[in-house]
Design a protein around this ligand. Sequence first.
Ligand code: UD1
Length: 326
Amino acid sequence: MNILITGACGYIGSHFTNLLSASGERNLFAIDNLSTGFKNSIPGSVELLCCDLENTGNIEDFIRGNKIDAIFHFAGKIIVPESVRNPFLYYTSNTFNTCNLASIAAKSGVKYFIFSSTAAVYSQPPDNRPIDENFQTNPLSPYGASKLMSERIISDIFANKNVKYANLRYFNVAGAALDGSNGQRSPNSAHLIKMCCKAALDKNFILDVFGNDFNTKDGTGVRDYIHVEDLANAHLKIFDYLKNGGVSQVFNVGYGRGHSVFDVIKSVERVSGTKLKYQIKPRRSGDAAEIVSSNKKITSLTSWRPKFDNLDIITKTALDWEKKLR
Ligand code: UD1
């Protein structure tokens, strides 16, 4: 198979590309504009086209020229507050570019299309029950909306074509490679685990805890943190499912259980041996109390089983990686 990975040099894309390469896949092709990714995050044997997805002529030539069979589409913008400030950027970079890529795929002999979507497509859960794929969608941000529209476009474009697709809704992706070879390198990331690592490594940094009055076990927000290597592996298992005759559809990718902000702080304290300084701040606008996946679908339809469903492994690998970056 000739496999194309867009956004291959980014955080999740590079973990997946390395996994594919380690699994023995040889004909790997990548597209990345290197705006947030790093060329040296992926093996040198992967043929990289450094290009924006907007350049549809180049993209089509690359896909046709390399007789691509499968596309894993990771490229996109992922910062929620940025999407609120600049929705146009998100509707072009995420929705418009995905539309173009899917339409090129549909006419270029591509057989499989696997898309990086997000739990941000869901509406706020009224209670704290795990969210399954049928839960109502109603994104709070342009980021979530840009991904939900992309999902719809993918399913419409491939409906009558011979292309199998899967839209993967990621929950809170975190952690780094266990051997310390790869991790989150984007300086703009402000996710909780990254901020906790910062507080562990920088004695002057005070972590903001956004709200301690949610209806959760300890009042702080609860999320389903999934290790990036388990997430990468989920793509392989869903690919196998599709190749074995599986049906095109949406999948949640999460562990199915949540950890609070205080759980994460305690975990980083354990793995770092440092007490974190934090202060309670007002709730961040749009934050839900508890967002946890139901992963029944992926675990019943595919052979995916989490290997690193342990908060301390997630925080320890993230912390080791942050130390290495410094
Ligand atoms: C974010 C994205 C979401 C994406 C997900 C996984 C937002 C609003 N959402 O989810 O679209 O799918 O990552 O990549 O950005 N918190 C603090 N202090 C901090 C940072 C976070 O208390 O400095 C709290 C938040 O209020 C929340 C939890 O930690 O309760 C997790 O926050 P964060 O890591 O930013 O991820 P989400 O917002 O859940």
